[in-house]
Structure formats: C-alpha cells, structure tokens
Design a protein around this ligand. Structure first.
Ligand code: FES
Length: 105
C-alpha cells in the first residue's frame, strides 16, 4: 500500500516536490507551517475562520471534495480568489490523497 502523498509546492516561481506520509493526521496547513512556509499563517488553527491558509490547487488526484459552504464563505473574504482557491487547513493529508500540486500565492 502506497504510504506517501506526492506534494508539489509552487511558490516564488520555484517548484518543490515532497513525499508526505499519509498517516500523520495532519492537514495541509499544518504541514506547510511545520515546513517553514510562513505565508501560510493558519491564524485560526484550522477552524476555517481566517483564510490565512489560502492556497490554489493546481492539480489533485483524486479530486478534492467540493468546498463546503463555510469554506467558500471564508474564501470570499479574501481580496482575490480563484476557481481553484482552497483553505489548506481543510485538505487532509490522509490515505485518500495521492498526488496534489498547489500554488502558494
Ligand atoms: S487556518 Fe484559518 S482558515 Fe485555515
């Protein structure tokens, strides 16, 4: 059984590819915080209340679930959002996820 998620992070015109274990019980915001991506503040601690964990999902396999109404409402508080904008705290790094490519705005 595959235990890693391929995570590609695009930031400042650089692309980093990481293998992330799928059994750590983390969400993507927590993982990015732990790996010194300071742009991802995660001020509300992952409660979907602050939008400081905003990322754009460029590719994902399998596809993420649709945004909840609550997630969309918080994203709408940002000055600019895109069709692929998501709260990284709502993306679970679990065994359902295989491959994801994100852009940190
Ligand atoms: S950490 Fe606050 S909305 Fe994601």
């Amino acid at each position: 059984m595959e235990k890693d998620i391929k995570l590609t992070i695009v930031h400042n015109d650089e692309e980093v590819v990481l293998e992330v274990p799928n059994d750590m019980g983390l969400n993507l915001m927590e993982f990015l915080n732990a790996n010194d991506y300071e742009q991802i503040e995660g001020t509300c601690g992952g409660l979907a209340l602050c939008a400081t964990c905003h990322v754009r999902v460029l590719e994902c396999s399998p596809s993420l679930d649709e945004q909840s109404d609550d997630e969309f409402a918080i994203l709408e508080t940002l000055p600019v959002i895109y069709d692929n904008s998501r709260l990284s705290c709502q993306i679970k790094l679990n065994k359902k996820l295989k491959d994801i490519k994100i852009l940190i705005p």
